[in-house]
Design a protein around this ligand. Sequence first.
Ligand SMILES: [Zn+2]
Length: 401
Amino acid sequence: MAASASPWTLRARWIFPVNTPPFADGILTIDGERIVALEANRSRAVDVDVGECAVLPGLVNAHTHLDLTGLRGKCPPGDDFTDWLRRVIRHRRDATMEQITSDILTGLAESLRCGTTLLGDISAGGISWSSLAESPLRSVVFYELLGLTEARADPSLGLARDWLHGHRALAHCRPGLSPHAPYSVRKTLFSRTGRLALLSKIPLAVHLAESREELELLRNRQGPFVSFLKELGVWDEDGLADSPSLVMKLCNRRNSLLFIHGNYLTPSARIPRNSTIVYCPRTHAAFGHAPHPIRTFLKRGVRVAIGTDSLASNPDLDVLAEVRYLRQQRPEIPGETLLRMATLSGAEALGWADETGSLEAGKSADLVVVPLSKDGGSDPHEQLLRSDLPVQRVLCRGHWL
Ligand SMILES: [Zn+2]
């Protein structure tokens, strides 16, 4: 990363701090890695003037799997969820370590290009840690736990403990835990992982209520998941929770919890206070799921963040493309809400909001420059979201990438 002389100033047509409304002809002053001031001033001379562009906080991808980057276009989601899972598992089993490492680096490079400066990565074996630790962006690496049968759950927890022991938080890369999903994780493994997360003061991410098939399995012990799990030799009816709300409870409400997808949660579902629903709009659409209860959650004040999910179900790792897609699909959601979901809400979910997620004096100088469309009229959110102009420049921790 090229170092920038300090302090220096940056002007744009619109600055979107996100914690406060956007303002025109804004100037940011940056000193080293930090933002030190924001002001509106049309006439003052500045060091860098990006012109007819928006400056937003660095984007936050609250859910991805970088190790599946090699699946781009190879595993299109259909209406058979367990069949898609079979194809993902086959890829995982066939891929070499070199391939996976190279895929992680490819996904990381794409994330940075798209303006992601904070990322939550679910990582099989915690393998993405070294790549993320060396990368300029901030991250939480969620070590993935699997184990529905007792025989698998015990060693899974032991390995997670060992991994945590060897991977202490760094200045910009922190550990988390991810008990995968209700169909792959034993009830007791949820509660024991919840306790471990609480003791370690780290966040917990769980795929929850993702498909109708998952609900059918939990409620009735029926549906395509039964043969899928039997085929894998991991069927254990007694290990299953009976509802998404039980899973939430087992994860321990005192933890900082990320519930990934939540496609089939009932709109009135009781969501623990310090938790976040991570919505992955284009992946949700690719599977043809029923409409997401996001609008009700937002109205109820439930925190919703944005994830791209992996390239096994999404065309790219572009968070801005996710909210632009959502802008088209759900025009009733205000632009400022969409932008918050893609930035500050994700930072809050991942435990990084003291450092990043909004443009505020004292926070890390993480920002993206996006050209504004002339089609959006005078509303700056519309100019930003009713456009497909890509992120032009990315400043991460005070350095242009
Ligand atoms: Zn996922």
